[in-house]
Design a binder for this molecule. Structure first.
Ligand code: IMP
Ligand code: MG
Length: 335
């Protein structure tokens, strides 16, 4: 991937696989020129850098590389106050750009999200993303170009990225959530309001499928899910705690449900997304003796075997392995 200019990052299951961590690692390691954030504020991407933790709802996780230009995609939905807050927090005023066509989440959308009975049953994040998308489909949405506070950041991100690709720049398309939350391919109606697959991420960013060199699917060593809906192999909370797999959501603070890794689903979703490579995060939560390891040969046998089994079952190489929370706690097996 290091010599592949355009990569799409896609989540394999129900989100929270560690896309933020992998994005921040690649931003630094591959010296990314551009990172495009798709989706919206329902997703929180966690980045640990130098002992500091960021749970980003709007700013691309590649902000850790000070040379990387950060883009908010035309297909994304912007909560203006949150974006401005994170721009200040991450100090990216001079290198973040919002596409004029991105649509806006208004306060009425958050209210609808939190008070509509049918959405309560789904257990949405309550951020207003679904209702904002409905508004966009109705062709009555406000767009970023209509918002005065966003004026300083407006730019034709699509042209800039495509020109960047023409001249060999490195571009990462930062997908959000997971494939099982896809409006089309997930566990409907217990899904989010958009397609979360690799093709949809390209579409939201404005990059044609033939321009993409790699689709990197991100697995976590176990599966988690927040909100309602089916989840094969679900463990009790007590069992999740016992295994060290119990998590709470970075965005909403809710308990995450958990289950063991699902090889069949991993294979199916790798294929549908056209994945060329995989990342596996949190191997250290599966096997404590993997913590902080950065060289594959140093992994204990059980860790190597688990990675080997994923490769065998999915048919794609596991090129990146997360062994701790920091951006650089990664085994990088790319040539
Ligand atoms: P919504 O996207 O807020 O409409 O929520 C729909 C479903 O997707 C709920 O089950 C949410 O918990 C889930 N969801 C939305 N975004 C994320 C995410 O970034 N990570 C994990 N779950 C998510
Ligand atoms: Mg998350």
């Amino acid at each position: 991937m290091s010599n592949m200019p355009c990569t799409v990052i896609v989540g394999a299951f129900w989100g929270d696989e560690g896309k933020g961590k992998i994005t921040s690692y690649l931003a630094l390691k591959d010296k990314l020129d551009f990172c495009v954030r798709t989706g919206s504020v329902n997703a929180a991407h966690t980045v640990w850098i130098g002992g500091k933790c960021y749970a980003l709802h709007a700013v691309p996780a590649a902000f850790v590389n000070e040379k990387c230009r950060l883009m908010v995609a035309p297909g994304s939905n912007v909560e203006v106050a949150k974006l401005l807050e994170e721009i200040t927090l991450t100090k990216v005023q001079d290198r973040i750009f919002v596409d004029p066509q991105a649509s806006i989440i208004e306060s009425k959308h958050s209210l609808q999200d939190r008070t509509s009975a049918h959405l309560k049953g789904i257990g949405t994040t309550g951020r207003g993303v679904g209702p904002a998308i409905e508004e966009r489909v109705r062709r009555t949405a406000k767009l970023a170009k209509d918002i005065s506070e966003l004026k300083p950041y407006l730019a034709d991100t699509v042209t800039e990225i495509n020109e960047g690709l023409d001249s060999g720049k490195k571009v990462l398309l930062e997908g959000t959530q997971g494939f099982m939350l896809s409006l089309y391919h997930g566990t409907y109606p217990y899904v989010t309001g958009r397609d979360t697959g690799a093709a949809a991420i390209c579409s939201e960013a404005g990059v044609g499928p033939t321009r993409v060199d790699d689709v990197l699917i991100v697995y976590k060593a176990f599966i988690t899910r927040v909100g309602a809906g089916p989840m094969p192999g679900e463990l009790t909370k007590a069992e999740a705690i016992r295994r060290g797999w119990f998590e709470t959501a970075a965005g909403t603070g809710r308990d995450r449900r958990s289950a063991p890794f699902n090889f069949e689903l991993a294979k199916k979703n790798a294929r549908i997304n056209g994945a060329t490579q995989a990342a596996v995060t949190k191997l250290d939560c599966m096997f404590a003796n993997c913590q902080g390891i950065t060289v594959f040969d140093d992994l204990p046998n059980e860790g190597k075997q688990f990675i080997g089994k994923i490769e065998k079952q999915t048919g794609i190489p596991v090129t990146l392995i997360g062994t701790g929370p920091e951006a650089n706690d990664v085994i990088d097996r790319r040539p």
